[in-house]
Design a protein around this ligand. Structure first.
Ligand SMILES: Cc1cc2nc3c(=O)[nH]c(=O)nc-3n(C[C@H](O)[C@H](O)[C@H](O)COP(=O)(O)OP(=O)(O)OC[C@H]3O[C@@H](n4cnc5c(N)ncnc54)[C@H](O)[C@@H]3O)c2cc1C
Length: 408
């Protein structure tokens, strides 16, 4: 693993070379989405340049909890139209299954260790209503081809003896698990560079002009390190994607939120699957070093630009309280570190992926559970950029779907 990182470090020396004058695809953002897209475009023989305003992997992709979420989450189950809901859910679960396959094959394809562990995941229910939801979502998952099992009573106690004895039930998905967020981006980007992608750090995009000339569309992009022209532009700027989009006068239906993650001191191995809660904010897993990572979306405190987020004691305490409720044996385990990161939430929680119809040549790629789905969404976009049509991207992910802009 250390050798891989050293290899990626030596590949990174070119990050500070001058910008090229022009490029086919310019990708804004050096997170999991931007780096995966550079890799999948490189595989298809398409030249790209990744521009990162700071260092790669320093924002959401390097600060997240690393969990793979393939089971349907509560927020996905709420919609006013049951028919729409069913079609959308079936499509989303099929894509989640593909994302699971992609993560499983990615290490072999890249010939690197990304820390991928398919440990399985348990989604717990505390109330009768939550338990009913587990059963209804399981039927949809089965129809879409994702294996999940609802467990309760003696069966659950035998399968997961560490859970609180009054947990009503849990659904188990063997495909869930986690990967290492500190390794994924640098190693994917290293392979992308080998396929011809260029990367420049400390290069903040500050203005974008879209010129529709007789030779086709060109983007003239000003950065803190000079100007570069591109035939196509991809916005992979995560929580800052709307700032980039607004440089083209195009608003995206997203907002940024800061979230916490906590880690404990190490203990003997006891917990194999990743735990999450159908109704409360919790993800909990034990790493190979014995520490427990506790997250699930507890808020961090927004600070002034450039949009850092600091820790709330109440969030760390609230998050730990839900973890203890589900797994009481953690009560004497000490939290040793809490950190926060910032990510994009779509107002309708569906990813935004594809080419804008109103601004041809302009593409966007963002997903809310973006560590799980980022590589998959980037692959869908790379396929569509090569084939010149959005053949596999669901309509509900359209860039111009025109939802009302949320205030920050
Ligand atoms: C605390 C936390 C826990 C999470 N846990 C999970 C989890 O367990 N599982 C999961 O699936 N997802 C999780 N997520 C969500 C996931 O991390 C994100 O959805 C995903 O990493 C987004 O990747 P990205 O590449 O779109 O964005 P980022 O990783 O944020 O990358 C965007 C990049 O764009 C750069 N940029 C911005 N503006 C400019 C500019 N003007 N010029 C150049 N570059 C610019 C930024 O510096 C940044 O590096 C979590 C998120 C957080 C914050």
């Amino acid at each position: 693993m250390i050798e891989q990182l050293l290899e990626s470090q030596s590949a990174s020396f070119e990050f500070l070379e001058p910008l090229p004058m022009e490029v086919d695809v310019l990708i804004v953002g050096g997170g999991i989405v931007g780096s995966s897209l550079a890799y999948f475009l490189g595989q298809r023989g398409v030249e790209s340049l990744v521009l990162e305003r700071g260092e790669i992997n320093r924002e959401a992709s390097g600060t997240n909890a690393g969990s793979f979420h393939f089971q349907i989450a509560l927020h996905q189950l709420t919609s006013s139209d049951p028919k729409d809901d069913m079609d959308r859910l079936l499509t989303e679960v099929r894509l989640h299954t593909e994302a699971a396959d992609l993560w499983k094959s990615l290490e072999g394809d890249l010939k690197v260790d990304l820390g991928v562990h398919e440990t399985g995941g348990l989604m717990v229910a505390e109330t009768d209503e939550e338990f009913r939801l587990l059963h209804s979502k399981q039927k949809i998952e089965a129809a879409a081809g994702l294996e999940t099992h609802v467990l309760s009573g003696k069966e659950l106690k035998e399968f997961a003896p560490y859970l609180a004895s009054d947990i009503k039930g849990a659904s188990f998905c063997p495909r869930e698990g986690h990967a290492d967020p500190l390794l994924a981006v640098p190693l994917i980007l290293m392979r992308a560079q080998e396929l011809g992608a260029q990367v420049r750090t400390q290069a903040a995009v500050t203005s974008i002009e879209r010129v529709d000339g007789k030779d086709g569309v060109r983007f003239i992009v000003q950065t803190s390190r000079g100007v570069v022209q591109a035939r196509r532009l991809v916005n992979a700027a995560g929580a800052w994607a709307n700032d980039i989009s607004m440089l083209l006068g195009h608003s995206l239906p997203i907002h940024a939120e800061g979230l916490h993650v906590n880690v404990t001191e190490p203990r003997e191995p006891i917990l194999t699957p990743m735990l999450q809660h159908i109704g409360r904010r919790l993800t909990l897993k034990q790493t190979s070093k014995g520490t427990f990572i506790i997250g699930g979306g507890w808020p961090a405190r927004p600070e002034l630009q450039p949009q850092r987020y600091s820790n709330y004691w109440a969030s760390a305490a609230g998050n730990a309280a839900v973890a203890l409720r589900v797994m009481p044996m953690l009560q004497d385990v000490r939290l040793v570190r809490t950190w926060s990161g910032v990510m994009a939430f779509m107002n309708d929680l569906s990813p935004i992926v594809g080419e804008s119809q109103s601004l041809p040549g302009y593409h966007v790629c963002i997903a809310t559970t973006g560590f799980t789905l980022g590589p998959m969404m980037a692959q869908l976009l790379a396929e569509s950029m090569v084939a010149d049509k959005d053949f596999r991207i669901p309509q509900s992910y359209a860039v111009d779907r025109g939802l009302p802009l949320m205030t920050r």
